[in-house]
Design a protein around this ligand. Structure first.
Ligand code: PLP
Length: 458
């Protein structure tokens, strides 16, 4: 089928999603229709509820009836206020004071960068402008978000990004599978990364550094390695020591995907008093039913604005959009009522455990890593040496095609950094309603995919 839609695969359309119910979907690819496909990635880890949820369909109809549009620069929708209260009340007490609702994760990060810049100006510290993010990270496709990203996706746009030498600095990624040294513990490895972050700050004059941003747990860049407790805590402490803003990007890993009964992923690793100063969220917030994401602002930044100008510079037409906020609130209320974040945590860990055991002897699955509802298989040419496949083979996306033949939708990709290092991963992020029976079937299908794919490579 040739596509009229100008999407990311404009020259060679991949597959079209035709319909969905619960965790299953129907996909059409090259004229072939695949029914009862288990959606193990829900777009890009977007789904909290499954597809075709009738409660949400009703909430959408209701939201349409009450729908008003107001420009957020003048009048704020009450639904936006309600969503903010509902979300912030579920985060650790005192962590956040305010929220801005946007239409995408990229836009959330873009706005967060500007909010932090304005925060430094509000408190009379204009010289603090450098932003530290991680090598190979992904924070979205708008120019600001790409400037703090570090993977190959940004390479074509390097010349028009925010200054990569003097403003957007990169620290090493957290990638234990490839970067941990023999004999090193996970905590020692994390400490080595923290030392190099501190060194980077010192070399670049701490008085000119504004913020550090990381994903609480990486997703589409290197695929879900679980950090030890000292890692995010160490970044928090370094930020405190040098008067830097600590931001987490939880667009993919947050809003209940990786926390037993709670919303924020960082709560797995940090005490409430170590909360980030600002956080972006997205994806599972609206579960793919509406285009909504957000920025949560903590007291440090909030108070600087409250005691300063009182206004965030820049209102966008569809910020805090009434319809989006009403539907997202309905999604979040249902997730809470049915305790679905606890369900996906349990089911996700069961899935990960089963895959680790079932694939232990696989020749091409070098690592199975993750937590809760977010897992990754890393595919390698040689398990003992961790040798990668040639990037031109596009093993990641070929593995996703092979999975579709076994009725599984997952995200397969060849990741990389800007120095030419690459790796192949297959990422799993099912919706929160997944059951034990679904997990059984999903794991069986993935194991069959791995077997067939290994054979096809021989
Ligand atoms: N940040 C992270 C960590 C992401 O994974 C993504 C998208 O995958 C984004 C930001 C960008 O979000 P969006 O695609 O909604 O703009």
């Amino acid at each position: 089928m040739s596509s009229q839609v100008f999407h990311t695969t404009v020259t060679k359309p991949k597959a079209s999603a035709k319909d969905g119910k619960g965790i299953f979907m129907t996909v059409e690819k090259d004229g072939k229709v695949y029914t009862n496909v288990i959606d193990a990635i829900t777009g890009a880890a977007v789904g909290s509820l499954g597809w075709g949820d009738t409660d949400i369909q009703e909430a959408m109809a209701e939201a349409a009836k009450h729908h008003t549009y107001s420009f957020p620069g003048c009048i704020v929708s009450t639904a936006a206020e309600e969503l903010s209260k509902f979300y912030i009340d579920q985060c650790p007490k005192g962590a956040f004071k305010s929220a801005l609702w946007t239409c995408s994760g990229s836009e959330s990060n873009e706005n967060a960068l500007k909010i932090v810049r304005q925060y430094q100006l509000e408190r009379g510290r204009p010289e603090k402008l450098k932003i530290i993010s991680r090598e190979a990270s992904y924070h979205g496709f708008t120019l600001g978000a790409m400037s703090i990203g570090g993977g190959p996706r940004g390479v074509p746009f390097e010349d028009i990004m925010i200054d990569q030498k003097n403003v957007c600095l990169k620290m090493p990624m957290f990638y234990p599978y490839r970067r941990m040294k023999d004999g090193e513990t996970l905590e020692q490895y994390a400490q080595r990364l923290l030392d190099s972050l501190e060194q980077l700050i010192i070399e670049n004059d701490p008085n000119t550094v504004s913020m550090v941003i990381v994903e609480s747990m990486s997703g589409s860049s290197i695929g879900t390695p679980v950090p030890p407790k000292n890692y995010l805590k160490g970044i928090r402490d370094i930020c405190n020591k040098y008067d830097l803003i600590f931001m987490v990007d939880e667009v993919m890993c947050g809003t209940g995907r990786i926390n037993d009964g709670k919303l924020c992923c960082w709560e797995n690793f940090l005490a409430p008093e170590d909360a980030p100063d600002i956080q972006s969220v997205g994806k599972t917030l609206g579960s793919g039913y509406v285009t909504i994401a957000g920025v949560l602002v903590g007291p440090k930044i909030y108070n600087a604005f409250a005691e300063g100008s009182g206004v965030i510079v820049g209102a966008q037409t569809y910020h805090s959009h009434d319809f989006n906020c009403r539907v997202a609130l309905a999604v979040q209320q249902k997730v809470l009522k049915q305790n679905l974040t606890a369900n996906v945590f349990k089911m996700g860990n069961l899935m990960g455990d089963k895959l680790q055991k079932a694939l232990v002897d696989s020749k091409i699955v070098g690592d199975v890593r993750g937590l809760g509802g977010f897992w990754t298989l890393e595919l390698v040419k040689d398990k003992s040496t961790k040798e990668i496949f040639q990037p031109s083979l596009k093993i990641g996306s070929r593995f996703a095609n092979a999975a579709l033949e076994h009725k599984v939708n997952l995200m397969g990709l060849t990741g990389g950094n800007t120095t030419g290092e690459t790796w192949d991963i297959a990422v799993l992020g099912p919706s929160f309603i997944i059951t034990e029976k679904d997990v059984e079937l999903l794991c069986e299908r993935i194991v069959e995919t791995v077997k067939d794919f290994t054979k096809a490579l021989e």
